[in-house]
Design a protein around this ligand. Structure first.
Ligand code: GDP
Ligand code: GDP
Ligand code: MG
Length: 308
């Protein structure tokens, strides 16, 4: 396995401060000691920041327990204890960057509901891999929406990637198969398979995704090497339901959290890790080709637990 790891761009460090509305400063200022009101307020703030119920309860219980044992007395210590616990959750199993298989091609399957940013993320990923000198092939397994194949073809042209697309209305699994075939024949390093958006209620489409997944594995044992769920950070807790639904037909291995440049609340990162053990691998920070960054727990934590 090879890992492609990129340092975050300097200007992006302030990002988390912008997107994570959970400065615990006022909690610290308002209360000198730790009482039920503080804990209740903490609970409310975590829920409001999209940490979700299980992660919130666990964090608050943790702090409560520390307080009972006299380890945490004031707001400042509370913030420190929280940060440590969230850090523990996020660092568990976290590895930076992209993983490439020893034997190319590495195949990434990209899935998610409509409009979350799948195609754009595939384009950005392609750009990133091309910058690393990799030979990339984009597969348009979204044969349903009229403009979808063309949209991906443009990203391929823009980023200097090869392209395999089917006919509109064609079988997406056939496109996936042909794409891996072409990748093997042409010595491609990474295949990015874009798929059509779908809801868990669309049983036929979920089965179709299952078939795409199965066909990839049949054509190339071990594929897909990663199944990346794209989630729109602004949808909040609904992201949890989306992962749960897609997990019934594919095996998500990581998350691309898109649209963090908008009014998202970053606690969803913790909720996803707590509920599914799924790491956020990358975050989308805009519509441009360069607006994709590796996820870094430390930047996240600096933003959430900022001092002022
Ligand atoms: P898909 O249906 O999942 O393939 O979604 P698209 O990739 O077509 O993206 C839907 C819309 O979201 C487009 O207008 C994209 O430009 C926009 N978009 C995707 N990712 C981001 C992001 O990280 N930030 C912002 N602001 N917009 C994004
Ligand atoms: P349903 O709730 O499962 O019937 O899903 P829809 O009403 O959205 O779609 C009806 C039919 O349109 C599906 O069963 C498919 O045959 C076709 N369709 C919808 N989306 C897609 C897609 O992404 N790819 C392909 N190939 N067909 C699709
Ligand atoms: Mg798309």
């Amino acid at each position: 396995m090879t890992r492609l790891f990129r340092r975050p761009q300097e200007g992006r460090k302030g990002l988390w401060q912008k997107v994570v509305d959970l400065a615990l400063t006022d909690v610290r200022v308002v209360v000198g000691g730790l009482d039920d009101t503080t804990l209740e307020e903490l609970e409310e703030r975590l829920l409001a920041a999209d940490f979700g119920v299980p992660a919130t309860l666990r964090l608050v219980e943790h702090v409560e327990d520390l307080a009972r044992r006299g380890k945490v007395r004031q707001g400042r210590e509370l913030v420190g204890a929280m940060r440590e616990e969230v850090e523990r959750i996020l660092m568990d199993g976290w590895e930076p960057g992209l993983e490439l298989a020893d034997d190319p091609p590495t195949v990434y399957l990209v899935a998610g509901v409509n409009g979350v940013g799948k195609t754009t993320s595939v384009g950005k990923l392609s750009h990133r891999l091309r910058q690393e000198g990799k030979k990339v092939l984009l597969a348009a397994a979204d044969t349903y929406r009229a403009g979808a194949v063309e949209q991906l073809r443009l990203w391929a042209q823009r980023t200097g990637a090869e392209f395999v697309g089917g006919k509109a209305g064609g079988d997406p699994a056939a496109v996936a198969f042909d794409a891996v075939d072409a990748a093997v024949a042409r010595g491609v390093d990474v295949v990015l398979v874009d798929t059509a958006g779908r809801l868990h209620t669309q049983g036929g489409l979920m089965q179709e995704l299952e078939k795409v997944n199965r066909v990839l594995g049949k054509r190339l044992p071990g594929a897909p090497h990663e199944t990346l769920m794209v989630l729109d950070a602004t949808t909040g807790q609904n992201a949890i339901a989306q992962v749960r639904a897609f997990s019934k037909v594919v095996t998500p291995t990581g998350i691309i959290l898109s649209k963090l440049d908008s009014s998202a609340r970053g606690g969803i990162v913790v909720a996803l890790k707590e509920e599914f053990g799924l790491p956020v691998r990358m975050v989308g920070l805009g519509e441009g080709v360069d607006d994709l960054e590796d996820f870094h727990p430390h930047f996240f934590l600096d933003g959430v637990f900022r001092e002022s």
